[in-house]
Design a protein around this ligand. Structure first.
Ligand code: HSE
Length: 406
């Protein structure tokens, strides 16, 4: 059986590298007589590249090649990846993707087409880079009802926050290093504004809760407004700031889902997750909490997950692996204004106004804090209640960060 790769960037070239490096054992595990990379689609030229002879700029060279049974999509973005993937599935080819934007936007539809055509559509690498998470949710945790899933889902922002927390490095310097190391998206605003984490929590929530969650229905906040003062207040509280994607299923079948920076207590399993590492906490009714941890971005870790899916596809050419989810329904996602949690507030305020409107709060202090600012933690409030109290108390807010109990 032959394989094609669409998109010869960081991940695509990593896939080619892993397929070559571990060729013999991959073929053996695939239970195929052969498993060869025979085509690579990319609009760019790669003169002198060891795979130059495989390169094509014409998608039809892959689509019309009947010897190609598995297509790897590592182009990124929704278009034209969606059209190419759809055509491949309709042509009876299995598709493996690392493209979270595509799965978050079109996952239910592509899984349905794969089912109709009795081929596989797999996307282990789309969440958590090299961390096994999709397959464990489908297989190992199948006995559980999952009511909550939360995690550090973006390596670039976790790398930046770690550098800010541990080394006092500026946001810009840390981002530059993350880009050089190949962690960041082509447009790094997708990382730092939380969109990449949003796509990943959408995929996880769709998989765990059975209905597609579209990224535009998810309240998403990035890390661009985090100041070193917030990092210090978090330390004084006994924790750290992490960018967290989280989704919870309520008893009535609705879900709450959000991406935002959050205060995480030092004893949490998520607090010690540093640098490019990701961690995903899944709360199952039989198992309790389980945390999946590993390299969430980078060329070879991500390629590792892609190639594992390729092997799985090769082993399931006769019977596809059945999983999928329904489309969304109206009002499935709860308005973020109605989600309740404590808030950390850094503001210019007077304590009397805070006491009058917020009642009892936990004040935080650290040496070197600005004299005209205060930091405090509120009781659990909905965003709606919180916003009303901020307005009534006349706070001049510097930062607002949600506080979690993970
Ligand atoms: N830009 C992503 C990250 C790559 O930093 O996590 C992996 O999805």
């Amino acid at each position: 059986m032959n394989i094609a790769v669409m998109g010869y960037g960081v991940v695509g070239s990593g896939v080619a590298e892993v397929l070559k490096k571990n060729h013999a054992s991959i073929v053996k595990k695939s239970m195929q007589e052969s498993l060869e990379l025979t085509r690579i689609l990319d609009l760019r030229d790669f003169p002198g590249d060891e795979n130059e002879a495989l390169l094509t700029k014409d998608f039809k060279d892959i689509l019309n090649d009947e010897t190609i049974g598995i297509v790897v999509e590592t182009m990124g973005g929704v278009h034209p990846a969606y059209e190419f993937v759809l055509d491949c599935l309709k042509a009876g080819k299995s598709v493996v993707t690392s493209n979270k934007e595509l799965v978050a936007a079109k996952g239910n539809e592509l899984l349905r087409v794969a089912e109709e055509k009795n081929v596989n559509f797999m996307f282990e690498a789309s969440v958590g880079g090299g961390i096994p998470i999709i397959r464990p949710i489908i297989s190992c945790l199948a006995a559980n009802e999952i009511d909550e899933i939360a995690g550090i889902l973006n390596g670039t922002t976790n790398f930046i926050l770690t550098k800010m927390i541990n080394d006092g490095m500026t946001f810009e310097d840390a981002l530059k290093i993350a880009q050089e190391l190949g962690y960041a998206e082509r447009d790094p605003s997708a990382d730092v504004e939380g969109k990449d984490a949003c796509r990943k929590i959408c995929i996880l929530a769709s998989l765990c809760f059975g209905k597609h969650v579209y990224p535009d229905s998810v309240y998403t906040e990035g890390i661009t407004k985090i100041a070193l003062a917030d990092v210090e207040y978090a330390k004084a509280w006994g924790g750290v700031i992490k960018l967290i994607g989280r989704a919870t299923r309520y008893g009535d079948g609705k879900i709450s889902i959000m991406v935002s920076p959050a205060f995480i207590q030092n004893h949490s399993q998520l607090a010690g997750v540093d640098d490019v590492f990701n961690a995903i906490l899944v709360r199952g009714d039989a198992l309790g909490d389980v945390v999946f941890y590993g390299r969430g971005a980078g060329k070879l870790p991500t390629a590792s997950a892609v190639v594992a899916d390729v092997i799985d596809c090769a082993r399931h050419t006769e019977r596809r692996k059945f999983f999928g989810w329904e489309d969304s329904v109206e009002d499935y996602v709860v308005d973020y204004l109605d989600i309740k949690h404590p808030f950390f507030v850094r503001a210019k305020a007077d304590k009397q106004a805070v006491a009058e409107h917020f009642g009892e709060v936990q004040y935080l202090e650290y040496e070197g804090a600005a004299a005209d600012e205060m930091g405090f933690i509120t009781a659990a409030l909905t965003q709606r209640e919180f916003d009303a109290k901020v307005a009534a108390a006349g706070l001049e807010v510097g930062s607002v960060i949600r506080v979690t109990d993970y």
